[in-house]
Design a protein around this ligand. Structure first.
Ligand code: SIN
Length: 266
């Protein structure tokens, strides 16, 4: 979005932004100058802030999750297709990411739309998927076993106890998007384990097929960050992928995630 200063949005503009968010699932704001306080204030205008349980938080603002890769690290956060917080019973509405320190080259983020992905399937396949539900979990990513592996690389993911204590959840594979009403595919390679009532082995081929279909989206959006840029994405209708192609350089992003709601079948 050009010409929007997120610190100065009036009520009519806020409604227009919410409408655009429901339609597109991704809003990009250029040349913003948000302090950490501004970031929190902007987020609160769109929803209730979810305090992240697994990422290191900003030292002065627990509302802000640090998405950071140091020069010596090899792993990054979000370096594969995923959507945030699908492991929650009420999955997150969206996330607002602010670019704070960027590598000279690389460090882009890719986005695609999973409502569009549903529309690209045949009616018969759509109908079959509507009958399925899938199990999502945080343990294999943020739990003790995963945290040990990440710490070897100096990664900043933490709070394994919280992840291991979080019960797995089940969501419909095709959800009715709470804002757009569109049927939307709601599985992702990071947090979806299997279809409800199916084994991992039975689930894997169909999940792999769905992931291949979704990630072959004709309209993948590549965000090339500039300092101060802000992305606001919908976690129900998009996937994102933080490209990890900048080893030896530092990247720091600040993320606020907003509470969502239970997702109904479409
Ligand atoms: C994330 O997955 O939330 C991080 C995205 C990014 O760092 O670009």
């Amino acid at each position: 979005m050009v010409g929007v200063d997120l610190r100065q949005v009036d009520a009519a503009e806020l409604e227009a932004l919410k409408k655009a968010f429901a339609t597109y699932g991704l809003l990009i704001f250029h040349e913003q100058q948000l302090s950490e306080q501004d970031h929190i204030a902007v987020a609160e205008r769109f929803g209730r802030i979810n305090i992240n349980r697994f990422f290191e938080s900003h030292p002065a603002h627990r509302e802000i999750a640090m998405v950071r890769k140091e020069r010596e690290q090899l792993q990054n956060i979000g370096g594969g297709w995923h959507t945030d917080h699908s492991y929650d019973a009420d999955p997150a509405l969206g996330s607002i990411l602010v670019a704070r320190e960027l590598p000279e080259t690389g460090g882009d983020t890719l986005f695609l739309n999973t409502s569009d992905a549903f529309d690209r399937l045949s009616p018969g396949f759509q109908e079959m998927l509507r009958g399925l539900r899938a199990v999502h979990s945080a343990k294999h990513i943020f739990g003790a076993a995963a945290a040990t592996a990440a710490q070897v690389d100096g990664d900043r993911l933490g709070n394994a106890t919280a992840a291991d204590g979080l019960a797995d959840v089940v969501h419909p594979v095709v959800v009715r998007h709470p804002l757009s009403d569109r049927p939307t595919l709601y599985v992702n390679p990071a947090f979806t384990l299997r279809f409800e009532g199916w084994t991992d082995l039975e689930s894997e081929p169909l999940l792999r097929q769905l992931y291949a279909h979704i990630s072959a989206a004709p309209g993948v959006c590549r965000v090339r960050w500039a300092p101060g840029m802000v992305a606001f994405w919908d976690n129900r209708s998009t996937w994102h992928y933080a490209v990890n192609d900048y080893h030896g350089q530092r990247r720091e992003m600040h993320r606020i995630t907003l509470d969502g709601c239970a997702l109904d079948a479409a």
